[in-house]
Design a binder for this molecule. Structure first.
Ligand SMILES: [Zn+2]
Length: 249
């Protein structure tokens, strides 16, 4: 039997990400976020698939209308942190940081935010996984989706992204490096919910053209991006998608 598939989208600004990497690229006026392109894909797929959107809090304002429309259509809003920075190491500051990401989205979209994914699937280096999971629960989340697994005893449900040979191949950034059929086949062989992830800017967002690339860091982020949409479509049409919140219950 095919496992349930959760297609998840990290909703963040590509240009902000480059700035965090220390390689700022000027953002054109009126740049498309990619969310409209994503909605077109979802609407064109039979069976009305539902996705989970892990939203970076400080980007929500810019894409507020698109996200409100998606929430209304039944897609899940979850948190990708109040910002795309590093997780605070101090335990109390961490809970506060996690909570502010959750409450900011709840206030804005008037929906419960139950899931969390850290900006780079990371966790505080000075805390054990157990302490980190406790902090996520204390902030009010019910589930977490990253690359770590604490297993039994975790105070929050764990929905790890699909990892194979140590690589999070459930991610669009990896799928652009392999044929769409390979990624799709791996999803079908997954044990338990197959959580795959993409970025909002994978869907016809305004990104620099390959000809304008000025750095290796930029090239690494852009090469093969166009192929991500193909892998996404293949997985979506073959398996459909459920929101994480509907799988963890
Ligand atoms: Zn991210």
């Amino acid at each position: 039997m095919t496992p349930p598939v959760c297609v998840t989208i990290d909703v963040e600004d590509w240009y902000d990400g480059m700035e965090v990497l220390g390689v700022p690229v000027p953002k054109p006026d009126g740049a498309r976020s990619g969310l409209t392109g994503l909605v077109e894909h979802l609407e064109a797929t039979e069976g009305s698939p539902k996705v989970t959107l892990f939203v970076v809090g400080n980007y929500a304002d810019e894409v507020s209308e698109e996200l409100a429309g998606m929430a209304k259509a039944g897609h899940e809003i979850a948190s990708h942190g109040p910002d795309h920075g590093r997780l605070p190491e101090d335990p109390a500051a961490l809970v506060e940081w996690l909570r502010s990401g959750k409450e900011g989205l709840e206030d804005r979209f008037q929906v419960p935010v139950r899931g969390f994914r850290s900006p780079r699937f990371d966790r505080p280096t000075s805390q054990s996984l157990e302490q980190y999971r406790e902090a996520v629960a204390e902030a009010g989340f019910e589930y977490v989706s990253d690359t770590h697994v604490m297993g039994k005893g975790s105070p929050v449900t764990e929905l790890p992204v699909l990892v194979m040979h140590g690589f999070p191949i459930g991610g669009g950034s990896y799928q652009r490096l392999m044929p769409a059929s390979v990624a799709s086949g791996m999803v079908g062989r997954s044990v338990g919910p197959a959580v795959v992830y993409y970025h909002s800017y994978d869907f016809d967002a305004t990104l620099p053209t390959l000809g304008s690339i000025r750095s290796v860091a930029e090239a690494k982020q852009l090469v093969g991006r166009g192929r991500v949409e193909r892998a996404f479509s293949k997985i979506l049409s073959r398996y459909g998608s459920k929101a994480c919140v509907d799988v963890q219950r």
